[in-house]
Design a protein. Structure first.
Length: 468
């Protein structure tokens, strides 16, 4: 309904749009070369349609973003906000004739305050850059998506991104205290706070986190920081079945342990990593569980968790002795998605999150689905919070295999909902999962969310075609 209020500009309108944008933007900030604009058409997701932008704009200031939105409102042109385009749901995919609004040039860290334990940043700051900068002050910014060396804070906010450390530290939403947001009509609004506490009015800050740029353009964020923790130590435990590994996860959490990381790799993933990197991981294992602690005495915590793993049936438990050995163990997990991509050349990475108690059922179900569709599907998971990443490997040049890949992907999402889970834990909805969002939240939920969208974006120009 909202999308019907706009349409892609015709050729004569595009010229007017570009002239209007250039009236208050530097020449280098407005890109119109078709080869260049085509490179901004999509993110890293498979099976997600993408249009061709009429123009790409790379602002450096809030005022420039406001000019873009005022122009877009006046001309009824859709705007697709973008960061580094490392997303996996098509949330940054262009629509035909849109303004692709790339915020990567707004990349300043404006403030790091060790007393208030906050950082104030622009949306184009790279996650790893921020993490390293605050560490110099003895502070820690926990959210660490796998693409942290490339992804931007603005993109992390747009998708409510997670990462390996979520089991202890939580997702991006828990670190966003306040935002400056340019609305669809160009007005600037500030939400939230920079204080440790604050409950004034509706929590509009959390409303923008995970909204995928559909309600406004984030131009500044106040982020909470934590004291830098001690160096973590890692333990690797091998299991003869995924059920035993998932039982170990439940035992660890039930016992009250708070690992800084609790990750699982199934046998398909282990073999793929070995094939890619020759790491010598035991290919006889059916599941590899990695646990880490950044406590004052991590060795003692690892010993306790190791005993629980053995009680659950671990065939071997190997605790690291130091940070270097820990990093070597974690390298296998970090290579998982790259290794699975190398199996067939193309992957669809699912992002289904289930209750920890249903994690074993989820992995067993994925194995059944892989057999049903005669596909290679590897699973790596943030096991400590139930967030699984079943990764469907397929040959994109084979139409039948591509069809089976898409059907298996949908069946995995259906399994997640059946087990009491959610269709996305950290990647977002974008284009890829918008039909499934409606199934998860129901018709009343869709109606209410569309109503919220219309309040902030009555013309439907902000990232149309995403979420709903």
């Amino acid at each position: 309904m909202i999308m019907s209020r706009i349409e892609a500009p015709r050729d004569e309108q595009t010229g007017n749009l570009v002239d209007r944008l250039r009236a208050a933007l530097p020449a280098e900030a407005v890109l119109t070369d078709s080869d260049v604009t085509a490179s901004y058409a999509h993110d890293m997701a498979s099976f997600c349609p993408a249009g061709v932008p009429a123009v790409v704009v790379l602002p450096r200031t809030v005022e420039q973003v406001q000019h873009v939105m005022r122009t877009a409102t006046e001309l009824r042109v859709p705007v697709v906000p973008q960061g580094a385009r490392t997303g996996l749901s098509g949330g940054a995919n262009a629509t035909d004739g849109c303004i692709a609004l790339s915020l990567i040039k707004m990349d300043r860290i404006l403030e790091i305050n060790p007393v208030d334990r906050v950082a104030v940043v622009e949306p184009g700051v790279i996650n790893a850059t921020l993490s390293r900068a605050v560490m110099e002050h003895g502070l820690y910014y926990p959210p660490d998506p796998s693409s942290w060396e490339m992804c931007t804070v603005g993109g992390n906010i747009g998708t409510a991104a997670g990462g390996l450390c979520c089991v202890k530290y939580g997702v991006t939403a828990e670190y966003v205290l306040g935002l400056d947001v340019v609305l669809a009509d160009g007005r600037l609004m500030s939400t939230g706070r920079r204080t440790a506490k604050g409950v004034a009015g509706y929590d509009l800050t959390r409303l923008f986190v995970g909204a995928e740029g559909s309600l406004g353009i984030v131009v500044k964020a106040v982020l909470a920081l934590k004291p830098k923790p001690p160096e973590q130590l890692v333990l690797a435990a091998e299991f003869a079945s995924t059920a035993a590994a998932c039982d170990a996860v439940c035992r660890i959490m039930e016992a009250g342990h708070v690992p800084s990381l609790l990750e699982l790799m199934d046998s398909t993933t282990v073999r793929a990593v070995n094939d890619l990197a020759h790491m010598g991981l035991p290919e006889s294992t059916e599941a590899l569980l990695l646990a880490a602690f950044d406590t004052p005495d991590p060795a003692a915590d690892l010993a306790a968790v190791g005993a629980l793993c053995e009680a659950a049936g671990a065939t071997q438990v190997v605790p690291a002795d130091d940070a270097a050995e820990s990093e070597l163990l974690l390298q296998a997990r970090r290579l998982s998605l790259t290794a699975l991509e190398a199996v067939k050349g193309t992957t669809m990475i699912d992002d289904v999150c289930v209750p920890r108690t249903r994690l074993g059922d989820m992995l067993t179900g994925v194995e059944r689905i892989a057999g049903k569709y005669d596909l290679t599907i590897g699973v790596c998971a943030h096991a400590g919070d139930g967030n699984t990443h079943p990764t469907v490997c397929f040959d994109a040049a084979d139409p039948d295999e591509s069809r089976r890949a898409r059907e298996s992907f949908d069946e995995i999402m259906a399994l997640g909902l059946e087990l009491g889970g959610t269709i996305t834990g950290e990647h977002g909805v974008g284009v890829l999962k918008k039909e499934w969002l409606a199934r998860e939240i129901g018709p009343v939920g869709v109606e209410m969310q569309r109503a919220v969208k219309e309040v902030f974006d009555p013309l439907g120009i902000l990232n149309p075609g995403k979420l709903f």
